[in-house]
Design a protein around this ligand. Structure first.
Ligand code: ATP
Ligand code: MN
Length: 148
């Protein structure tokens, strides 16, 4: 018997994580599970003087808009979805959320914004897979799809 009550879908808004969201949604609907979308805002390095300064508050605001957009465009209203935005190291925040939210399944992309496809998977996915306390479904950008 399969009991999946809570699914966590961490997203960095990349194409690959959007593809993972398709899977997360279908699993949530099929299992009648709650879907939690999580975006992590990585703290800005204090020494990054050469890039225009964007405050964490601004990054969080943009993330909120992008999450709302994802839900509006990609998620049916019948689905129970909640969102989380946290500041921190992505893998640590995801690993903590798995525990604090009592997550049964994580659905995430193999790659993200950086998307170095020569690497088997990105560093966030690798760290989460190594230390996660629940099963992880890693979705690649191009593979045999079973969600239509
Ligand atoms: P790297 O960041 O190691 O240079 P990458 O960007 O290609 O490589 P990851 O960052 O590991 O790969 O991204 C893989 C998946 O991890 C994404 O598809 C997404 O599901 C999740 N992820 C990455 N960054 C974040 C983030 N900031 N917030 C939430 N989820 C994230
Ligand atoms: Mn990344």
């Amino acid at each position: 018997m399969i009991t999946i009550k809570k699914i966590l879908c961490p997203t960095d808004f990349s194409e690959t994580s959007r593809n993972a969201l398709r899977y997360a949604k279908e699993f949530a609907m099929a299992m009648n599970a709650k879907l939690i979308l999580l975006h992590v805002v990585e703290p800005i390095a204090a020494t990054a003087e050469t890039v225009p300064f964007i405050s964490e508050a601004e990054l969080e605001k943009t993330a909120r808009e992008e999450l709302d957009d994802l839900i509006r465009k990609d998620c049916p209203p019948s689905l129970a979805i909640s969102t989380l935005i946290s500041v921190g190291l992505s893998s640590d925040v995801i690993l903590n959320a798995i525990k604090s939210e009592d997550i049964d399944l994580v659905v995430m992309g193999s790659h993200g914004r950086t998307g170095l496809t020569r690497l088997l998977m990105g560093s966030v996915t690798e760290a989460v897979m190594r230390r996660a306390t629940c099963p992880i479904l890693v979705v690649k950008e191009h593979e045999k799809e079973f969600v239509s």
